[in-house]
Design a protein around this ligand. Structure first.
Ligand SMILES: CC(C)(COP(=O)(O)OP(=O)(O)OC[C@H]1O[C@@H](n2cnc3c(N)ncnc32)[C@H](O)[C@@H]1OP(=O)(O)O)[C@@H](O)C(=O)NCCC(=O)NCCS
Length: 149
């Protein structure tokens, strides 16, 4: 299954962002509201880049990142894949794409925040992210990966 990426289209929020994220995050944040998902997505779109993932024309998820020029780092705001397509290697493909982008932008590190109970931590660790324990709070781990330029 070949993954392609595309920019945001009209109707994406209602059709994909809200249903995929609401389902995915219910185990970590049971109170997450539709308005919050929508506002976070709009905010991420304003301050950074958002891309949607497609398999044979079917949208299966999205991800977003922000280039923090001052610190020359790239922050992953969100990664969400439809439940039926998780665990098939697409998350790793997204991380590869983000790392290529980070190198292009001459960012020396990639950062992200993730709930400590989220299985995604294993994927990030395998990919080379390390927990930045100093800044971690109870529920959320902050992780970063150094990039060789
Ligand atoms: C996190 C996520 C984007 C990873 O993408 P993916 O395509 O499922 O990941 P991959 O197939 O490339 O890698 C598999 C690894 O991801 C991790 N993983 C995290 N959540 C997973 C899930 N629901 N199903 C399968 N693997 C998952 C595991 O470590 C797994 O490795 P393992 O099989 O050795 O345990 C995707 O699972 C997802 O959308 N999860 C729900 C939303 C979420 O938690 N987003 C991250 C917010 S920081």
């Amino acid at each position: 299954m070949k993954l392609t990426i595309r920019k945001t289209k009209k109707g994406d929020i209602e059709k994909y962002v809200i249903p995929i994220e609401k389902f995915n995050m219910k185990n970590y944040d049971s109170s997450i509201a539709i308005e919050e998902i929508k506002n976070d997505f709009l905010e991420d779109s304003k301050k950074g880049s958002v891309f949607f993932l497609e398999i044979e024309g079917k949208t299966i998820g999205f991800f977003s990142f922000t280039n923090n020029e001052k610190k020359s780092s790239l922050h992953i705001n969100n990664m969400q894949i439809d439940k039926d397509y998780q665990g098939k290697g697409f998350g790793k493909e997204i991380l590869d794409l983000i790392e290529i982008e980070a190198k292009k932008l001459k960012c020396s590190k990639i950062t992200l925040s993730v709930f400590k109970t989220n299985r995604a931590i294993k994927l990030y660790t395998k990919f080379g992210f390390k927990e930045n324990t100093n800044k971690s709070d109870d529920k959320v781990a902050r992780m970063e990966k150094e990039i060789e330029l």
